[in-house]
Each structure stands twice: as C-alpha cells, then as structure tokens.
Design a protein around this ligand. Structure first.
Ligand code: MG
Length: 393
C-alpha cells in the first residue's frame, strides 16, 4: 500500500454502508484519509461527520440544504458543494485514490461512470449501478485503468474464493441468501404484511430500501446480476441458495467438483475492510472473531421461486439484457418507496415491477443516454401503476 495514505471518497457517507466505511477509515488512520464525503439530504449527520473526519470537501446533493451545511462548516477549511454535477466532478480529483460508492439506487450511476473515467479504484457498494447498466460499466472498465472491488458481502466472498483461480475452472457461483424476514411466513400472509414487519431483518442491519429488497428477495436478484457483471459469469451459472444464518457469505463450485466458501460473522465492516485492503493486504482488526458456536448449526435450502417471484423476474431480466434490468430496477425503486409510505401492499411490489416491464419499451444495446431515458420512462410508468393500485386498495 506504500507509505502514503489513501485518500478516500465516500459517496453516501450518511447511509448504513457509508457510516461503516467511516468506521473502517477511522480504524486505520495511518492508512486512510476521508477526502470527500457525499450525502443526499442528511445534512446534520454530514456536518457531524465532516467535523469528525475533517475531509477536504463535502457535498450535499440536495441543493435545499446547501446553505445550511456551508454555514455550519464556515469556521473550518472544508470545501462545501452541492448538486449531482458537483459529485461527478469531485470524484475525478487527482488526490482521490479510492471511491466508495454507497449511495442508494440508480443515483449511483453517474458518479461511478465519472470515477471509472478518472481511473479510480472503486469499492462498489451500490449494486444498482451494475443492475441498471452492467453492460455499459463492463465496456467502460475495459478502456480504463479503473478497478472495481466488491463491497457486497456475497461478492466479497466470491472474490476471496476466486483469488488464485482461473475463471474457466469455475462451474458455478452459489449466491447465499438469508431468505429475509418472510422466509418462514406463509405465502398467503404476504398480502397483509406491513412495512414495519418487512423492516425487521433477522441478521443484517441495513438501510430501509435494501431491507425491503431483502424481504421481497429482489436484493438477491440484483446480486445475481451484480455477480454476472463483476465475474463475467452467465446468469444460468449462478445459483441462489438460502442460508438463514448468514455465516457462509457465498461459495464457488469448480469443475473438478471442489467447492470453496468464505465464512464470517454477518457484519458489513468485514467486507468493507477487505475491499479497502485490496489488492495487497488484509487489515488486522480487534473486531469480534468467529467461534465454533457461531458456525455450529449452518443450514442450506433451495429458494422458493413461487413465493418470491422477483427472483424469477431478475433471471428473466438478466437473460434479456439491454434495458430490461434498468426498467426492473426503476420500477422497484418506485414500488418500494410506495410500500414504505404504506401506499401499496407488499405483493403489489411484484405487480408494479412485472407490469412496468411488460409496458416499457426495450432497447437491446443502450448507451448511457438510453439508460437515463429508460430509467425516467419506467419510473413514470411505475408511478402511474402505484396511483392506480392505491385507488383500488
Ligand atoms: Mg449482500
């Protein structure tokens, strides 16, 4: 890693992954320096983080909070900016070594593309970037010195299992899923579950959006697409396996019949620590280490595609390619937001995604502008469907 500290940009610093990334930066003050912090609208937390971490710059994406943040940091030499163009500009700063992309949803795309253009090391926590535009990102990475390191625990596991292996020796990826809060809830009851029920995740403490994605298992569908692009493996060679204890973070099966797994406690600090240590070291930590009891009763089962239809939707979208996953993601963002506001039923999330995908025009080889247009179009369609369902409910 050399003697100089790595300057890190944390996009989405006030979210769950962002806050845990700042923990890791603070854990290794000799190695890392928070150079840029970006938040969407959590102004007070951003101000607090800025005072603690003393970055060169902070950006509050939502312009209505700009003056508030600027005034609050007036007595410091921290630069304050606002707007999404400022984010895409700031990540290209030559001082920045690593960009951690931990913002929620589609909003991660533009700044990730800018960071690739500037040849940055990217610790990718925003899986929607690869769901929406994996094909484009894959193409851009081929023409760039930029590298993507996964922060998602499952993809961190694949990465670790694949160190020293040849991709042509891989038979399949086994993507583990906790099964979410509704794994043992009967299918019929899913009609009436509330946002509060869905927000009680058994193992992982995460943001609201990903917790709902975990309850519908859309998150696992997204992660399948994320793995498809990160490791260049076809969707049909990625198998989802439910593992309720979340100790096995994923596995790789090889053509000689061997299987490698990566295990650890369900704590996002671990994959973040691993990603920030790449490519050359593991960062020793005083974190709680796994015991025999932690792994004494691990179980694995097949996922229920009938009860969680979005798993099948994700495979279909991945096989179709083009703008299909972008449309799926946009509809999901709208549907999840509506569910969190108690506007629609849990099972309406599937309906909105399926109907939006049926209606939206498809493009097989989209450009960046096409993704932007497809995202906007799908969001409009999905919002209309929300209104219709709300009226009927
Ligand atoms: Mg994950």
């Amino acid at each position: 890693m050399g003697e100089t500290k790595r300057n890190i940009a944390v996009l989405g610093s006030t979210g769950s992954i962002g806050r845990q990334t700042l923990d890791i930066i603070a854990e290794y003050p000799d190695l890392f320096n928070a150079w840029l912090l970006v938040a969407r609208s959590s102004a007070d937390l951003l101000i607090q983080q800025a005072r603690q971490m003393r970055p060169h710059m902070v950006i509050i994406a939502d312009e209505q909070y700009y003056e508030y943040v600027r005034d609050a940091l007036e007595d410091t030499d921290i630069e304050v900016a606002t707007g999404s163009a400022a984010i895409a500009q700031a990540v290209t700063a030559p001082e920045i070594d690593t960009v951690v992309t931990a913002m929620v949803g589609y909003s991660g795309l533009d700044s990730t593309i800018a960071a690739i253009g500037a040849g940055k090391r990217i610790a990718l926590a925003n899986k929607e970037t690869l769901v929406v535009a994996g094909e484009l990102i894959d193409r851009l990475l081929k023409d760039s010195t930029s590298v993507l390191y996964p922060v998602d625990s499952e993809h961190g596991a694949f990465y670790q299992c694949l160190v020293g292996e040849r991709m042509q020796d891989v038979d399949k990826l086994w993507l583990t899923a906790s099964g979410g809060p509704f794994r043992t809830v009967p299918r019929e009851r899913l009609e009436t579950v509330t946002a509060a029920d869905a927000l009680k995740h058994p193992n992982w403490s995460m943001g609201a959006k990903i917790t709902i994605d975990s309850a519908t298992m859309m998150n696992k569908g997204f992660e399948m697409i994320e793995a498809r692009w990160l490791f260049g493996i076809m969707p049909d060679n990625i198998e989802i396996v439910v593992h309720p204890q979340s100790i096995i973070h994923s596995m790789v099966a090889f053509k000689d019949g061997s299987v490698k797994a990566q295990l650890g406690l369900p704590d996002m600090h671990l994959p973040i620590r691993y990603a920030l240590g790449l490519p050359d070291r593991r960062l020793a930590s005083d974190c709680r280490k796994m015991t025999i009891e932690d792994m004494a009763s691990l179980t694995l089962e097949r996922p229920d595609f009938d009860k969680f239809p979005l798993l099948g939707t994700a495979y279909a979208a991945a096989r179709k390619g083009g703008t299909a996953p972008c449309v799926m993601n946009a509809a999901n963002e709208i549907a999840v937001a509506a569910f969190l506001q108690d506007k629609i039923k849990f099972t309406d999330i599937y309906k909105i995604i399926e109907q939006t995908m049926e209606q939206a025009p498809h493009m097989a080889h989209p450009t960046h502008e096409d993704y932007v247009a497809s995202n906007a179009d799908a969001r409009t369609r999905a919002s209309r469907l929300v209104e219709k369902l709300q009226f009927n409910n």
